[in-house]
Design a protein around this ligand. Structure first.
Ligand code: FE2
Length: 307
């Protein structure tokens, strides 16, 4: 696929144990805004014009889970192309692309990837007429990091079906892109097929520091950071959100050209002893966030958009 049919990792849909607590957190602390509520689902936008970057619904129990990752397709034709490719890969879908009646609308379908994680591929969605200008409002969903049992199978699927390209690879992760951001998905070499973390883009170091303070004010200490990553060169701060949801504020993501290719081999991405980032200010990730980055599962039926 010469041009990526998928143009962004636009949103994540979450099922949470305590819907009101999660709504309060994501509006008053994480700084998203509610734009719609329908059928028990709360839709929240970030600063960019996309209709929603996050949805919340009650899980029906104590546990929280990721329902799906929502990919933005360039247009309806791109949705059809991706659907054919997902079918050719032999992965489950929830049926052919169709017009969606949910807030934000669009034309799309749901599917599972080769390791059973849920995705939606949606194009022609509604957008807001404005942007939210405050630097303390996350601009957008930046990236989703997924643990993989079979990284090669997931990577092959993401490149063939969705059109992602490899930006960098370390011994722990593959960083893949679908636009000028160095990465929008990260695929881990691990022992599970679930969520590692969800990252929202925030406007630079000052906003990142303010975000750390706002999270501390509300009882969410930074669990790793602040720092600057190697691949992507993005600044970061990691937290455990509601239900131990692993979250990252990130900014200053490296912008790359369409023909960008990895310049380093996995064995070249090595830090000096005691270091895990460029700055060296922060100890490594806490035991708490490491645990959070291994336990967050996808729902069983999250590939069914109409369910
Ligand atoms: Fe990240």
């Amino acid at each position: 696929m010469s041009e990526a049919a998928v143009s962004a990792v636009r949103a994540v849909d979450l099922a949470v144990g305590d819907l009101e607590a999660a709504r309060t957190f994501f509006t008053q602390v994480w700084n998203l805004q509610v734009v719609a509520e329908e059928g028990g689902i709360v839709y929240l936008r970030a600063g960019n014009p996309d209709f929603a970057a996050l949805t919340l619904r009650a899980s029906g129990g104590d546990q929280s889970a990721l329902v799906r990752v929502v990919l933005q397709a360039r247009d309806r034709a791109a949705v059809d192309t991706v659907y054919e490719r997902v079918c050719a890969e032999g992965c489950d879908t929830d049926g052919a692309p169709r017009k969606l009646a949910t807030p934000g609308g669009g034309y799309g379908f749901g599917c599972k990837d080769p390791e059973g994680r849920n995705f939606a591929v949606i194009g022609d969605t509604a957008v807001h007429a404005d942007t939210l200008k405050s630097p303390d409002v996350p601009a957008k969903l930046s990236h989703v990091n997924l643990n993989c049992r079979d990284n090669d199978a997931s990577f092959g699927f993401m490149t063939r079906a969705f059109g992602f390209k490899l930006s960098d690879q370390t011994r722990q992760f593959r960083f893949i892109r679908c636009n000028s951001d160095h990465h929008s998905l990260v695929l881990g070499f691990n022992d599970n097929a679930n969520l590692n973390h969800i990252a929202f883009e925030i406007a630079g170091i000052d906003a990142l520091m303010r975000g750390i303070g706002r999270m501390r004010d509300h009882g969410h200490a930074v669990e790793w950071g602040p720092g600057r990553h190697g691949p992507g060169n993005n600044v970061f701060a990691y937290f455990c959100g509601p239900g131990e949801l692993p979250l990252e504020y990130t900014g200053e993501m490296e912008q790359v050209a369409p023909d960008f290719a990895p310049a380093k081999r996995p064995e070249d991405w090595k830090w000096p002893p005691g270091r895990l980032d460029h700055w060296g200010l922060t100890p490594g990730p806490s035991a708490r966030v490491k645990a959070a980055q291994a336990r967050f599962q996808f729902t069983v039926d999250g590939h069914r958009l109409d369910g």
